[in-house]
Design a protein around this ligand. Sequence first.
Ligand code: ADP
Length: 411
Amino acid sequence: MGELDLSKKVADRYLKREVLGEGTYGVVYKAIDTETGQTVAIKKIRLGKQKEGVNFTALREIKLLKELKYSHIIELIDAFPHKGNLHLVFEFMETDLEAVIRDRNIFLSPGDIKSFLQMTLKGLAFCHKKWVLHRDMKPNNLLIGSNGQLKLADFGLARIFGSPDRRFTHQVFARWYRAPELLFGTKQYGSGVDVWAAACIFAELLLRRPFLQGSSDIDQLGKIFAALGTPSPSQWPDMVYLPDYVEYQYVPTPPLRSLFPIASDDALDLLSKMFTYDPKVRISAQQALEHRYFTSAPLPTDPDKLPRPAPKREPKASDFDSHEGPTVLSPPRKSRRVIPGRDGFEGNSLQRDKVDDNVGNSRQTAGDTAGKNDPAPMSLDFSVFGLKAPNRPTINSADRSHLKRKLDLDF
Ligand code: ADP
């Protein structure tokens, strides 16, 4: 069978239904797998706009994601190219955590919050153990199935397809979950970035609104320091050496209790450990799972007894309120331009974000650990597996047959 025929045959296996939404990388469709009768979600990734198309490394990384099977990770069932797009087939999920948090008709008990956080951390701990980072943790990437099981979605895609473009409103929201080391432009980061984001999600479950809603990267750091206190160099010695470090006005650390009046002592203790500034000292996902919060009463709610949300809608900027943070005092080495109206929700914020670009281009390094005793998980950099990335042919390049041959083998 010709390669194009094969690609068509795979594509024909899935019967497309309605559009589920437009995501960071393209449209997501609901579809039926005609071979199994299973409902699936197909993410169609536009390759036309990619400068270099999807290279071999990306395809191999996708293959690795296919092997990342766990009850709290969304399953990548299939991946195939079709008509210049890459199609990723995932198990279909009913809703997501953002819809749960946003639904005012839902009451979240302390046991419910514990259950959602536990499933999130289980998914993270599994992937970090396999040396994979998520890098785009946010409530709408935590999908929930009909049995209440929460699963991490979009694992590793930021790494494979480059950092999401900030053009879309939903990407602006992603800033709210970004760790301070990323906001200060670190090139070397570890699983701690996912733990920080999980802490923001934990806080959001407690507050029922996003915790730290910065309108720019500088404002995001300001919001973090206003809420959790400005870190001192002794608390986070590497901070002052980060590429985009700027000194912020000193704000003493307020008691977390003042921000989360209804949370238990155990919840606040875990939250403060997840919100540790120095990524080398920050608790790991596995250590967080072993925290007494998960074994003290009330126990985590059984997933099938968790509340279900009403049908979800797209978030609007007006849904959220913001609060002021401390101001930047002086840029010791390097100044960062803040253009009023450029970031956040004012204007159409079409600019790409600098920190995001840094993140997209950076590689995970083995030396950057999240928890002190953890092996350092790496993003899917194939040097780790001893594989050499070949030249970078693209799906759109003249060398289609070569690539197709490779795809036939891989998928
Ligand atoms: P984003 O890039 O903003 O994270 P996605 O590309 O993940 O968005 O998803 C776009 C839309 O498709 C969202 O409404 C999301 O809920 C939906 N979606 C994504 N994956 C699935 C899935 N596996 N099952 C059901 N809906 C999904």
